[in-house]
Design a protein around this ligand. Sequence first.
Ligand SMILES: [Ca+2]
Length: 252
Amino acid sequence: MDPHYAWLAFWLPASLFDASGLPPASSGVASASACPADMALVEHDHSEKVDHVCTDQRGKHCFAYTPNVTTRSGAVQHVRTCMDRYEAPNQRGAKPLVELSGDEAEAWCTAKGKRLCGESEWESACEGDQALPWVYGWKVDTTVCDSDKSWRQFDEKALMSADPAIRMRESDRLWQGEPSGQRASCVSSDGVVDLTGNVEEWVTSRPEHRFRLSLMGGFWAKPWTGCRGTNDAHSPDFRFYEVGFRCCEDPR
Ligand SMILES: [Ca+2]
């Protein structure tokens, strides 16, 4: 194990660092030829901005949009990337990695010959060709992804402790995530699993954001979080009990 991550051994089984045993690719010939078996080919035209018509506004958040009504604007980018099917460590049935800073998440992907996914790549994977507001459709359905757990008050002092053991103990107490792939229906049109909900995911930011890395997809206690809505409030050295990531790489 990279010595930089040796502290993870305090709380993660060694098997999580082994990329073997991943399920075979299931989304077609294009994916099989362009991407490794444990990654999905994500290929769509991505619009810089998409707007939908909200029909169920609750406070600051929209819970439903008019189906199939989308206004696209801004630059159009043809996204074509290989994306890990699951949140890191990209193993079905594994507990997603959390409490890694953005810098550490980036290094984790680099060590595997990959990189963090970009914002537009992540959005494309979630939206598919239809520019869906949620990976599964046009209104919130809390049964599909892990997004409707009750929020728990955290102990900030424990989470920010310099002692990894103290951080991990508090992180474990707060944990309400699920093993990767537990919800079979929380899957994108390309076969990417748990994009919205479960753990929030580090991505590489658009240039206009404050920090070079951002967070996407919400977590187990934010049912309204969809395919758009980047959280750019945290610097790359931030770590948190509900923040994970997944890796991408260029297709062959
Ligand atoms: Ca996620």
